[in-house]
Structure formats: structure tokens, C-alpha cells
Design a protein around this ligand. Structure first.
Ligand code: COA
Ligand code: ZN
Length: 319
């Protein structure tokens, strides 16, 4: 029977998970010094973010930018209540993450075969089989598993990804002991319609499993997809500081939805994020300085809604 969704009520807490230090940094070609990564993570914590994907435990040959995962985790602040996660593609990554001290791991498998082969060099079923050992190890260490599903709303190589395929993987994750799944819109193919379909299919296939949404703004509808998620009762959204982001193994990938833009939308819509927008903009400006180019976010440029300009400094039209 189809599950009926309830919208998230106004005033409810929304978890904003910062993924810039992972999804954002992974696609940057110039190595960001470890100390700068740590400075950015700490500035994001200082803005009130309490859920962060700080790095990936992947092959340093696949993603050289994140070869310093252990050093980053050893150097960051860990504010009270912070949930520190990292991406892991395999058992080796899970062992490294457990040794480095994370609260949760974000495993990754794609919903499309071609992207899974590109991203982790194995078929979907091989990834899922390896996650049996990953989940068992994490449960032994008391580390939560968030089951990541990439290309959940479409694949740049295969096109349409059926919601039933996403739901099948979600159910498998639930059976392995994952507490939630994160639906990754790797190349910005999600729309409000496909978001509703995926969320409902998962609720039918895996009742009680948490769902997080991870949008990229490649086609400009990332925040519209968040609104669709809120209407379906979803309270967990990933976003990247400044709108950094992208998968090196997915053609046409661009940045995540921007954390400042998302927090602006949520705070102005009466949701509780616990995040201070002014401090977040400061963290985004720090990130922009470190990266060395303008980032795609809008609020970093425009400022908060009630930003006031000096009329004396603006021309008056006359004549
Ligand atoms: N951390 C560090 N090193 C790892 C590793 C991990 N999690 N997993 C494998 N390796 C090393 C192996 O030790 C081996 O090293 P060696 O050649 O020096 O002996 C080498 O990588 C190859 O190992 P193998 O198991 O054959 O992996 P592979 O070449 O088939 O690659 C992955 C598989 C999963 C390791 C690789 O594709 C990967 O890291 N993908 C991540 C992609 C990503 O981060 N995408 C963006 C996020 S969605
Ligand atoms: Zn992503």
C-alpha cells in the first residue's frame, strides 16, 4: 500500500549536512593544504553546523585531494553534539574511518551500473556484498551507517534510473543495518516529481529507514527539489559551502546546492537549523579565498535579505 507523506511542519528542526569538505574538495584540482581544510571545517562548525561529511577514505590514486583524510580528522574541532561522517567505498575505507574516529560512515554505491563501475570499479552487487562486511564492522565499533546511493535520480551515462531500483538498494541497506540512506543526485537530474517518486518508493520498500537528500544544482532546480522533499516530510539535506562540489567520475557533474542558500531558505521559511547565516557567509568567504575563485552560491554575493545599502552611495535616476 502506498505510504502517505506528511509535510515537515514549520518550526521543525532540519538537519543540514555540510559536504563541502568531501564533495566540494574532491573535485578541486589544486591540492588544498591540510591546515586550510581544517580551518574551513572549524569555521563551518563555528557557524553552527553539527553534521558534516569531513572527508573520504578512498584510494589516494582515485582522489588525490583527499589523501590526507586521517590528518584532517585528527586536526578538526569536535564540538559537542557534532556528527562527523566520512565517505567510504569499501572495507579498507571503513577500517580507516573506524581508526580515525568518525560517528558515522557514508557508504557509496550507485543506482546505475555504469556509474558504479566508473566510481568504484565494480558492479553494484559486488559493492553491496562488500557492504555486508562494512556494516558488520561499523556496528561492532558503534559507528552508524548512512547508505549512500549515487545517481539516484538519473545517470549521465544511462539516463533514467527507476525509483524501484533505488528502493531495492535502500531495502538492502536497511537489511544490513544502515539507519538511513542518502539519495545522491550526482549530476543534478532530480526534479520535484522524481524526488517524490523516490521517497515514496523507499518508504514502501523499507518502512522506518531514514532518508536524506543530496542535490546538485547542475540544472538550477536544487532548492525546488528541497521544497519537494520538505513536502514529503524529509528533514535531512546535504549541501556544500559556497556551492562547491562534483564527482570526478560522472560526466557533467557540477556543484552541490549551496549551504548558505539552503540555510537562508530554511531559516526564512521558519525552520530551525541552528545555523547562523552571518557566520556561515564568513565561512564561505574563507572557503572562497582558499579556493581562489568566485563560488557559485548566491547569498555569499547578495548577503542576508535585510542587508541595507547606503542610499548616498547609489545613483539616482533623473531627467
Ligand atoms: N583507501 C586507501 N587505499 C585504498 C582503498 C581505500 N579505501 N581501497 C583500495 N585502496 C588501494 C589498495 O590498497 C590498492 O593499493 P596498491 O595498488 O598500492 O596495493 C589500490 O588502492 C587498488 O585497490 P583495489 O581494491 O584494486 O581498488 P580499485 O583500483 O578497484 O579501486 C576503489 C576501487 C573503490 C578503491 C576506488 O575506485 C575509489 O577509491 N573510488 C572512490 C571514488 C570516489 O571517491 N568518488 C567520488 C565520491 S562519490
Ligand atoms: Zn554529490
Amino acid at each position: 500500500m502506498a505510504t502517505v507523506s506528511q509535510p515537515v511542519p514549520e518550526g521543525a528542526h532540519i538537519t543540514v549536512c555540510e559536504v563541502g569538505p568531501r564533495d566540494g574538495f574532491q573535485i578541486e584540482p589544486a591540492f588544498i593544504p591540510t591546515a586550510k581544510k581544517i580551518e574551513i571545517v572549524n569555521a563551518l562548525f563555528a557557524a553552527g553546523l553539527r553534521h558534516m561529511q569531513v572527508t573520504s577514505f578512498v584510494s589516494p590514486r582515485a582522489v588525490p585531494q583527499l589523501a590526507d583524510a586521517e590528518a584532517v580528522l585528527a586536526g578538526i574541532d569536535r564540538p559537542e553534539g557534532a556528527v562527523i561522517t566520512a565517505l567510504v567505498p569499501n572495507l579498507r575505507g571503513a577500517e580507516r574511518a573506524a581508526g580515525a574516529g568518525v560517528d558515522a560512515v557514508h557508504t557509496v554505491v550507485s543506482a546505475s551500473e555504469t556509474h558504479n563501475l566508473k566510481n568504484v570499479n565494480r558492479p553494484i552487487d559486488a559493492s553491496l556484498r562488500e557492504f555486508e562486511a562494512v556494516c558488520a564492522l561499523m556496528l561492532r565499533h558503534g559507528i552508524r551507517v548512512e547508505g549512500g546511493i549515487a545517481t539516484a535520480f538519473g545517470c549521465p551515462f544511462e539516463g533514467v534510473v527507476p525509483a524501484e531500483q533505488v528502493a531495492r538498494i535502500a531495502r538492502r541497506y536497511q537489511d544490513l543495518g544502515a539507519t538511513s540512506v542518502g539519495l545522491g543526485d550526482t549530476t543534478g537530474m532530480a526534479t520535484p516529481t522524481t524526488v517524490r517518486a523516490a521517497v515514496r518508493a523507499i518508504r514502501d520498500a523499507a518502512p522506518g529507514l531514514g532518508i536524506g537528500l543530496h542535490f546538485h544544482n547542475t540544472r538550477g532546480v536544487g532548492l525546488a527539489c528541497v521544497m519537494a522533499g520538505l513536502a514529503e516530510g524529509i528533514t535531512h539535506y546535504d549541501a556544500s559551502v559556497g556551492g562547491l562540489g562534483g564527482c570526478p567520475f560522472a560526466a557533467g557533474a557540477t556543484g552541490n546546492i549551496c549551504t548558505e542558500d539552503l540555510v537562508y531558505l530554511l531559516n526564512e521559511s521558519g525552520y530551525d537549523t541552528g545555523i547562523d547565516l552571518a557566520a556561515l557567509i564568513a565561512a564561505a568567504k574563507l572557503t572562497q579565498d582558499v579556493i581562489g575563485r568566485d563560488l557559485p552560491g548566491q547569498v555569499i554575493k547578495a548577503g542576508p535579505r535585510l542587508r541595507r545599502y547606503d542610499p548616498g552611495l547609489t545613483a539616482t535616476a533623473s531627467g
